[in-house]
Design a binder for this molecule. Structure first.
Ligand SMILES: [Zn+2]
Length: 275
């Protein structure tokens, strides 16, 4: 049941959208939000597909089982043989067969960083949709610094991909934001009557992602999402090398690393407009 995609169609013709939750199986906010709204949801116009991204990881409440599903949307030649043998790779092929049927994707996530607030990840092609989302921050640049996610895949085939970070994994508020955002998305896309006013939002552009070069990357301290770094501030120690901020910037998803190649942080900077 969790494996399948649910399709709702309105009485009026319209475009097609897709909503995914649980692409990371331990990010429960989207899963809870969808379970709550789906039984009574009425679509007035067009078609909306709803799916659970990674059912096997959801069952064991883990981010993934064999490979990070949200990197399996890279081109095949960018994936290792081991990744291509994974359950998540197979699942990505299944999900792609639905993603290509939709014009716009909303993919719901949560952050393992404590006190994380909600933000949308998208490129400028999504600006007329995300302006209705109940959050202050819109972040772009991921397609370049972190390709391979569902939203990257949609953008790469000329469609629109939006990833939503609803807040911290263990914050009950995250499920509420997930629920409000799915409804805002359906309204902004014209599947339901849109009675929402655009939000006042600010914008961040990511410019760098750092992968650990050794098996021990240790942060100099725990960093909150979007914490401001000063130029040359030490972010962490990679083996025995100090890794410093190249300029005044913002840090995102900062984690310790335990093997070379681990994704340990991203850097971005504020910008004035979504363009
Ligand atoms: Zn996630």
């Amino acid at each position: 049941m969790l494996e399948e995609i649910t399709k709702l169609t309105g009485q009026n013709n319209g475009t097609t959208s897709i909503v995914l939750v649980g692409v990371h199986g331990d990010e429960r906010c989207g899963i809870e939000a969808l379970k709550k709204i789906l039984p009574t949801l009425e679509i007035q116009r067009g078609t909306v597909l709803f799916g659970y991204g990674n059912p096997r990881a959801m069952e064991v409440n883990k981010r993934y089982t064999e490979a990070n599903l949200n990197r399996m949307f890279n081109r095949d030649e960018q994936l290792s043989e081991k990744e291509k043998e994974s359950y998540e790779y197979q699942r990505a092929q299944f999900l792609k067969s639905y993603l290509i049927k939709a014009d716009v994707l909303l993919d719901i996530h949560a952050s393992s960083i404590p006190n994380s607030s909600a933000f949308a990840i998208c490129e400028t092609n999504a600006k007329d949709i995300v302006k209705f989302f109940p959050m202050r921050l819109v972040v772009s640049g991921f397609d370049k610094v972190e390709p391979g996610a569902t939203d990257y895949y949609m953008n790469s085939i000329g469609k629109v991909g939006i990833c939503l970070e609803c807040g911290s994994i263990n914050d009950p508020q995250s499920a509420k934001i997930g629920e409000e955002s799915i409804i805002a998305f359906l309204k902004a896309r014209g599947h339901m009557k849109n009675n929402l006013a655009p939000q006042k939002q600010s914008y961040v552009q990511m410019f760098k992602k750092y992968f650990a070069k050794t098996d021990t990357f240790t942060l100099s301290k725990p960093f909150e999402n979007f914490e401001v770094l000063e130029k040359n501030q030490v972010i962490g120690i990679d083996g025995n090398k100090k890794i410093k901020a190249p300029k005044r910037c913002l840090i995102l998803f900062a984690h310790n690393g335990t093997k070379a190649g681990d994704e340990v942080f991203l850097l971005g900077e504020e910008k004035a407009s979504p363009v």
